[in-house]
Design a protein around this ligand. Structure first.
Ligand SMILES: [Zn+2]
Ligand SMILES: [Zn+2]
Ligand SMILES: [Zn+2]
Length: 239
């Protein structure tokens, strides 16, 4: 499954009643990297109010649901889980708004907890998501709010399993021998707190460089865990 096609953005005559169930489109952030979600219904309404007819609705400059100035890229399709465009640099704030409005909260939780494998810190994150969903007030329809933004804050600090450089480059068998299914130096990190290489690193962009490596769960997750009364012993000992 890759790209889901988007319906036309209203008719060429500004009639916005035909906007589809695929409410969120994919947009590229204009500052920094990242794929955001755009509420196509709200966008259509705004265009109609402004009486701004677009003969060829191709790529339009808009604001994402997280408030970032973005460029809607219609050919990328809808902001959904199957989209290959969203495998990396998916905006967590937009993603939670879409999940809450579509009723795909369980899928959203799985998306972030999958990156920690079976590490205890991943289970801690799942408990935190559940606690926030039960506690923080919801926002307006298809807009970021207290609940979605707090969930996104936790999601950005998700525990991620990493391997050594040789493993990333050549695979674990080449790095440590044919009997090693997993890297012996594998660690569960917070990539948000750790330093990762920028675009200057070329293909190594996004990889941790060693000077600042922060183990998971970082203090963001332990603070949330403490606030929500989730017992932290057990997550701390084994990362
Ligand atoms: Zn966003
Ligand atoms: Zn962190
Ligand atoms: Zn390795």
């Amino acid at each position: 499954m890759s790209t889901e096609p988007l319906p036309p953005l209203g008719s060429p005559h500004g009639d916005v009643r035909h906007i589809s169930a695929h409410r969120f489109g994919i947009a590229a952030g204009m500052s920094g990297w990242g794929w955001h979600a755009v509420d196509l219904e709200a966008m259509g309404r705004r265009l109609a109010e402004a009486n701004n007819e677009i003969a060829k609705p191709v790529d339009v400059e808009v604001f994402s649901v997280c408030g970032a100035r973005s460029h809607l890229v219609r050919k990328l399709g809808a902001f959904t889980y199957g989209s290959r465009w969203l495998e990396r640099l998916r905006c967590e704030r937009c993603s939670w708004v879409a999940a809450i409005n579509r009723g795909t909260v369980e899928q959203e939780i799985d998306l972030y907890t999958a990156e920690s494998g079976d590490a205890p810190s991943g289970h801690l994150l799942r408990h935190i998501f559940t606690a926030i969903l039960a506690d923080a007030p919801p926002g307006q329809e298809a807009e970021a709010g207290h609940r979605s933004d707090l969930l996104a804050h936790a999601a950005r600090h998700r525990p991620v399993i990493t391997a050594c450089e040789t493993c990333i480059e050549e695979g674990s068998a080449a790095a440590h021998g044919p009997h090693m299914a997993q890297c012996p130096q594998a660690a569960v990190l917070c990539e948000e707190c750790s330093f990762t290489a920028g675009s200057w690193a070329g293909e190594w962009q996004g990889v941790t460089t060693g000077e600042c490596v922060v183990a998971a769960p970082c203090s963001v997750l332990t603070a949330l865990g403490e606030y929500y009364g989730i017992p932290l012993t057990g997550w701390e000992g084994r990362r």
